[in-house]
Design a protein around this ligand. Sequence first.
Ligand SMILES: [Zn+2]
Length: 262
Amino acid sequence: MNKPPTSVRRLYVLLVGYEVLPKSISTKGRGERFMMSEPICCYLLDTETGWVLLDAGFDPVYVRDPKLCHEYFHSVGVYPPIVTREDELPYQFAKLGIGFRDVGKIVVSHLHLDHVGYLKYFDHATVYIQREEHEHGFSSARPGSYFLADYDSPKIQWELKEGDWELQPGVTLLKTRGHTPGHQSAVIELPDSGIYVLPFDAGDLQENFDEEILPGESVDDADALSSIRRLNRIVRERQAKMLLFHDPVAIQRVKLAPDYYD
Ligand SMILES: [Zn+2]
């Protein structure tokens, strides 16, 4: 049976800020003496059935408001992210000539603070997440890297998924458990430039994939390693390219919005 053609026309990479952290947050057991400045991204898909957002960035209100910045970062010994005006999501949307209301579907890789910051402003969209991640995000077991205020809104229209699934032709999500209980990664098929794998936090850096290094934060090391291996296998077997979410070197070679991949 022939596969239906992809519904995706363009893939935009939006750089929405930087995090400042010890390297061991990205590479377990490696580099705790080295500070990294790692990009935070969002991905926007222009598709035949409308705009799809993959992850929702970091809300700069936590660094612009001194009280919030103290509460969420300084008081817990964490460096606040860096978000320039140009990094802000509304600014980047405006550059593309669209607004938040133009996005009908949002896929969330997991609920960490640097992936769902703007989610609360998209109460008209359907938000797709793994059931296990949703449960963890609302449980008392969630660590401080989950900012409940970003996603605990009765207005958010959740749709809970289990395991691998397809959003629409050309947009496939894979459950890549390990970094968090319900982490998922994306495989995007583009009309001309082929297949792109978006690992999100299954592996932050190229090093994670080249040397099979676990992410610094992991709820299950064996699962985290199988997720890295699975994504590597897809790249190999399907001649796919990887777009890394947090790699400060790789990001410099990425076409950033308003430029795009098609
Ligand atoms: Zn994460």
